[in-house]
Design a protein around this ligand. Structure first.
Ligand code: E4P
Length: 226
């Protein structure tokens, strides 16, 4: 499983990229708004993220009609070669995805919650599908079970003929709220987990690692003074 960072924060992206395990970034309108982003600076901001990360960077279209999403998608894709156009899972989004995929522009279909949505997104040519985990948990449903269903259903078929440039369709476990979500996503074989920076930090940590490191340091002090 690959790690993407779910943020629009440049400092977080630069820091995570320096750890050597970052494979991409996903952004959305909420994440861009959270860093105080302005409409006029959006394309430049995406360009800066694309320079920081060696991998796909999802930039979301906020248009609601297929023609507008297609126009947005072409503009976003022109920012940098590693831009992936993020498109909501809805009728207009599916129609736009088909056109963009046929032009060779990779699409990440977002706000995906069910197996039928995921299959439709795949058949419409999505390069990535983002099933949301945490938002199911937020309404007291089992987001991991829903993700598992999507991973199983997508794994039953070959979508290579549907995606932009015939590339492998990949599932991004999204709306991740904990390191346990990350573990469950990996165990079921999700291709990617996109995680907030705070969760990525928690993925590195374990109390036994801290305790073991502390003991090693104390014992090494004894060696030095022996
Ligand atoms: C996916 O790409 C989304 O940006 C994200 O994972 C949504 O997560 P949230 O439910 O924490 O907003």
């Amino acid at each position: 499983m690959k790690f993407f960072l779910d943020t629009a924060d440049l400092d977080e992206i630069a820091e995570a990229a320096s750890w050597g395990a970052l494979a991409g970034v996903t952004t959305n309108p909420t994440l861009y708004s959270r860093i105080g982003g302005k409409l006029s600076g959006f394309h430049d901001h995406i360009a800066r993220i694309c320079e920081l990360v060696d991998g796909p960077v999802s930039a979301e279209s906020v248009a609601m009609t297929r023609d507008e999403i297609i126009r947005d998608g072409r503009e976003l894709a022109a920012i940098a070669p590693n831009v992936v156009v993020k498109v909501p899972t809805m009728v207009e989004g599916l129609a736009a995805t088909r056109v963009l995929a046929d032009e060779g522009i990779p699409v990440n279909m977002t706000l995906c919650f069910t197996v039928p949505q995921a299959i439709l997104a795949a058949r419409a040519g999505a390069r990535y599908i983002s099933p949301f985990v945490g938002r199911f948990d937020d309404i007291s449903e089992d987001g991991i079970a829903q993700l598992d269903d999507v991973v199983t259903a997508i794994g039953n078929y070959d979508f290579a003929g549907d995606t932009a440039n015939g590339e492998k369709l990949e599932i991004i476990a999204a709306s991740i709220r904990s390191a346990n979500h990350v573990a469950q996503a990996a165990l079921m074989g999700a291709d990617i987990a996109t995680v907030p920076f705070g969760i990525l930090k928690k993925c590195v940590q374990h109390p036994l690692t801290d305790r073991g490191l502390d003991a090693f340091m104390k014992d090494w002090e004894k060696v030095q003074s022996a």
